[in-house]
Design a protein around this ligand. Sequence first.
Ligand SMILES: Cc1ncc(COP(=O)(O)O)c(C=O)c1O
Length: 452
Amino acid sequence: MKPLVKTQRERMLKSSALRYHWNKSIPMDMIQTASSDISWSHMGARASDAVIAKLMADAINIPGILSLAAGFTDNAVLPAQLIEEAVSELTHNVSSREFLQYGTNIGRQGLREQALQLLKSNPGEESSQLTVDDVFISNGSQQALYLAAQVLCNEGDIVLVEEPTYFVFLELLKGMNLCPISIPLNSDNRIDFKTLTELVHFLQARGEWNRVKMIYLIGYYSNPSSRSLSYDEKKQLGLFLQKLDRKIPVIEDAAYRSLYFDSMYNVPSLLGMPEWESYPVLYTGTFTKPFSTGLKVGYSICNSQPWLQRMLRVKGHQDFGTSNFSQAIVERVLESDRYQAHLEKIRAHYKRKMLLLDAALREGGVDKNGWSWDVPEGGLYLWLKGPDHVDTSMDSDFCKAALDEKILYVPGDLCISGNKKKNYVRLSFGALDESQLTEAGLRFAKIAVRFS
Ligand SMILES: Cc1ncc(COP(=O)(O)O)c(C=O)c1O
């Protein structure tokens, strides 16, 4: 007789299957019949309001609200002076006005060289064989994530993601009718290769394995969990994937890599590891979070020319080049040591803010009422786990109470694919100033304690 108590593995596999079924079962007639006399494409009909856009609008429009939700950076440390200097140097010292002209689809040569140097400045990556031809500039790293999915995936395909993961990426997948499946983790929060093997077998048995088209990982100070992948996880995953019957391109999102607090996380990217040498990897970085969010300049480094060229073709259709002026400003700042000095400053700043929010939550008694979180070593987020019975999702009483208290957070279930756990919360300490941050932490604590 089958045991009644299911193992965690069995539950995980079953929930993966349910998720896939859910994805496949979107009825086509629903997609085609939209409430309008315009006939939408499948993508147009499916497009739902981006939760991120609502959270950002609420933060601006609700009077007195304190937002711990959207992953904004802090206006107080945005590099206004550096940008003023760079613009002045560009307009006064540089005879050509090319930076005010259209640029190239792939991005400015100088900036691509600087981006490559940034990668190679990390321990273990100095001797990388990658060249400037492997680098392109995008409209934030978000565009690169979208391009990657567009050239690899068709509707109904599967993407393996971490749990939890970047919720805007999950929305991107939903918008493209792709199915995220979580890579299983063990009790130490590390990839569980035994269960991953079973997941592969399970998908093979269902004839779905060929639909797995991409893997998305956040290597450093993840949004939302602030977790970084360990050296061993990266190595084992490389060995694991090499043994499979075909190659599944992998994205390593490194949006927060340079936003460490005390010391750099000393694990090379996948691009710098021998286990990944002949495996297609797209490394996405950005100058938004660590420099100027509003300039919206990102960069990608890809060790597969065919993959990179496909993405560039689609980028050519989309915008045929990221804002040349924004790129020129970033390039100018990177050419001097001003960029590194700026990073030093903001690392200390965000660490202070993280500690303030952490202290406010503890002062409000959150940790004494069944909530727990790891104190991050970088990034912009605290990832809180509440007691099992607490439901923090968008329509929950918890969320309504938070709004009454004039506080915004990101419900954790948005960051989790499939089998929804509702007792998590993402709090961002990026945007609010220091006194607001303490007040926001105390307001959140009031709700968390009341619902515990
Ligand atoms: C993990 C992660 N990746 C990518 C992005 C996209 O950032 P951007 O387009 O500003 O470079 C974000 C933004 O919040 C993020 O958190």
